[in-house]
Write a protein that binds this ligand. Structure first.
Ligand code: FAQ
Length: 310
């Protein structure tokens, strides 16, 4: 009886229990999780590109080793997340197909260029910082495999965030030119980082339902505000300025007020018209084609050793 299944599912949510892959779940819950987890997985692997751009030009062996490790971590996050999506009955090939044909999204943030070395620092501090703010509550997501993947990912993202902060600190306290380079990077990455949290609550199509299902635990605007509040004192310690003349403490709210976000820019980036959308997708498609022989070799190897599942 479907009504009984539905009641068991609702009771598990109410008791804050995890929904696991073999449990009954509404089709729309499954579809929404696939949508969000796939978008998240795609962001992790597309997000490798802007930073990988600087691996060959890192200013020292130490910085290069750190950056390579970070970019590799993002690939690992993609793998955890594609695996989490697979537990919902979708195939990895199908998800990648949808990414490559533009039918599934990835985060707007990765459509901006990394123009200087300081951008590596700004991405670590702001982009990983925003990612952690958004993802720590996802560790309590109602879907077990996604929640568990988030725990590992958040630990690694925290390390990435400190890496970026330390890099920016070194530049900020360096020569005048280095300080200016750090400031320029923060000026360019600040507003796009705020857009990572998604549209304002009154325009967020999925928030209400995702919160009722305990996939999301906080609204887009709540998390965006939390992120701004965290960043202001960190910017002060860094000796850098956040590019917003309206940014000021509001004692009545107990939060920092901030200026208006350019939602037209956000919508344009989502439509494919950001500065790097075309480049990111074509590089991803090329990497996939060039990796075909690896997938084939792995499949042949698995078959030879009697491990093929299909
Ligand atoms: N970019 O109704 P809502 C990282 C879409 S961190 C592109 O509010 P929802 C780490 C949204 O999908 C980045 N699209 O949606 C890293 C929906 O479109 P749809 C990845 C966006 O799901 C760091 C429509 O707009 N993190 O990768 C964006 O309730 C450094 C309406 O929006 C995650 O994905 C956007 N910024 O809330 C890697 C976290 N915002 O699906 C490398 C998990 C919204 O109907 C280097 N995801 N959209 O076609 C989430 O928490 C949620 O999905 C939100 C959006 C908060 C992103």
């Amino acid at each position: 009886d479907p009504a009984v299944y539905e009641a068991v599912f609702e009771a598990a949510l109410a008791a804050d229990e995890r929904i696991e892959p073999r449990d009954w779940m509404p089709d729309a819950y499954r579809a929404s999780l696939v949508r969000q987890i796939a978008q998240h997985a795609h962001s992790e692997i597309i997000g490798m590109q802007p930073e990988a751009n600087w691996i060959t030009r890192a200013p020292s062996l130490r910085r290069k080793a750190i950056l390579m490790a970070k970019v590799q971590d993002e690939a690992g996050h993609g793998l955890y997340l594609y695996s989490a999506a697979e537990t919902l009955g979708v195939g990895r090939e199908e998800l990648l197909d949808k990414l490559h044909s533009g039918r599934q999204k990835y985060s707007s943030i990765f459509n901006y260029p990394t123009l200087t070395w300081a951008d590596v620092g700004a991405i670590g501090w702001l982009v990983d910082g925003a990612a952690i703010t958004n993802q720590v509550p996802l560790c309590r997501c109602s879907y077990g495999p996604y929640a568990r993947a988030m725990i590992r990912i958040c630990k690694e993202e925290s390390f990435h965030q400190r890496q970026g902060y330390e890099l920016l600190m070194a530049l900020s306290q360096g020569t005048e030119a280095q300080h200016a380079m750090a400031q320029d990077a923060v000026d360019r990455w600040w507003w796009p980082s705020l857009m990572m949290f998604g549209p304002p609550d009154d325009e967020s199509a999925h928030s209400a339902q995702s919160m009722a299902w305990k996939i999301k635990r906080h609204s887009n605007d709540e998390l965006r505000q939390r992120f701004v509040d965290i960043c202001v004192p960190q910017a002060e310690s860094l000796g850098l300025t956040l590019p917003d003349p309206d940014l000021r403490w509001n004692p009545a709210r107990g939060h920092y007020d901030f200026g208006p976000i350019d939602w037209d820019e956000f919508r344009e980036v989502l439509r494919g018209n950001g500065p790097c959308n075309a480049q990111r997708l074509s590089q991803r498609r090329r990497a996939h084609e060039e990796g075909a022989w690896v997938r084939e070799a792995a499949a042949v190897y698995a078959a030879k050793h009697g491990e093929a599942r299909s």
